[in-house]
Design a protein around this ligand. Structure first.
Ligand SMILES: [Ca+2]
Ligand SMILES: [Ca+2]
Length: 107
């Protein structure tokens, strides 16, 4: 290698910056859930009905987010759906996922 100090410093900087970027992405489950939500929302109406919801659970389970893997393992999609559908209008909106309250976290 025949890098000057400046080039070498830049090289290290780029490497560490890339590393931080990847790390931050893995550390942000909300961004992953949002992407999974949008992928699961097949008709694109901004909410998941009971047929779309399992796709979100499965995708979240792949990323080991929350209790998704457990819901998937027990096939408890209906129960998870009615818990997530806080206003019981038959669809789970993104805002409903975001307003999940702590008392619903216990079993
Ligand atoms: Ca939808
Ligand atoms: Ca709802």
């Amino acid at each position: 290698m025949n890098l000057s100090f400046g080039n070498r410093a830049l090289f290290v900087l780029v490497l560490s910056f890339t590393g931080i970027g990847m790390h931050a992405e893995e550390k942000n489950p909300m961004a992953i859930v949002k992407a999974n939500f949008q992928a699961a929302d097949r008709d694109g109406n901004g909410a998941l009905d009971s047929r779309e919801f399992p796709a979100l659970i499965d995708a979240n389970a792949e990323h080991k987010i929350g209790r998704a893997a457990m819901v998937k393992r027990f096939g408890a999609y209906d129960r998870a759906f009615s818990t997530a559908d806080r206003d019981a209008d038959g669809v789970v909106a993104w805002s409903e996922l975001m307003t999940k309250r702590p008392e619903h976290e216990d079993d």
